[in-house]
Design a binder for this molecule. Structure first.
Ligand code: SF4
Ligand code: SF4
Length: 166
């Protein structure tokens, strides 16, 4: 009888890949619940982004993490499509904090320098002004007309917070 050839990676190889990336994500994420995912697909079914773009699927992202597909996940532009609406997190039957998990993955991607240009621009704006949209005199006048109090154009606390994290 011919010896059956094994064309897939050995268990040991898979185990190292899975353990390393999944463990890193769990460390960043702060809990191990991700391992309880049984791929029911509820998170994708309720996701408003998935509804308009089938390429984006929280279930698929978690599955790829569990398979140890680090480069494919962290270098993917798809992870930045999540609108952080938290619908998936509130409905996951396993209680997995899906949105927080995606945010943790984004943080890892940002740290390795893999992010869309728009994200860098937003990060720079928040670091410089403490807010995403700078407010000028025109905005303040509009608020005044609407009987709204003036707001700070620069939010020092947020700028300081980001400085402390550098
Ligand atoms: S809803 Fe929860 S258990 Fe189901 S696939 Fe998504 S993360 Fe996994
Ligand atoms: S938080 Fe992100 S992944 Fe979850 S349902 Fe909303 S858009 Fe989809």
């Amino acid at each position: 009888m011919m010896e059956e050839k094994n064309h897939i990676m050995s268990d040991a190889h898979v185990d190292i890949k899975v353990r390393d990336f999944a463990r890193q994500v769990v460390e960043e994420f702060g809990e191990e619940r991700m391992y309880a995912c049984f791929e029911c697909g509820q998170c994708a079914a309720c996701c408003p982004v998935h509804r308009v773009n089938a390429e984006f699927s929280p279930r698929k992202i978690i599955h790829m993490v569990l398979l140890g597909m680090m480069d494919e996940v962290l270098d993917s532009r798809v992870i930045w499509l999540c609108s952080t609406c938290y619908t998936c997190q509130e409905t996951c039957p396993q209680g997995i904090k899906v949105t927080d998990l995606i945010i943790a993955i984004r943080n890892m991607a940002y740290e390795r320098g893999s992010f869309p240009d728009g994200i860098k621009m937003q990060a720079d704006l928040i670091s410089a002004e403490g807010r995403l949209y700078s407010l000028d005199e025109f905005d303040q006048k509009k608020r005044q007309k609407a009987n709204l109090p003036p707001v700070l154009s620069r939010v020092e606390e947020a700028v300081k917070l980001l400085e402390d994290r550098k």
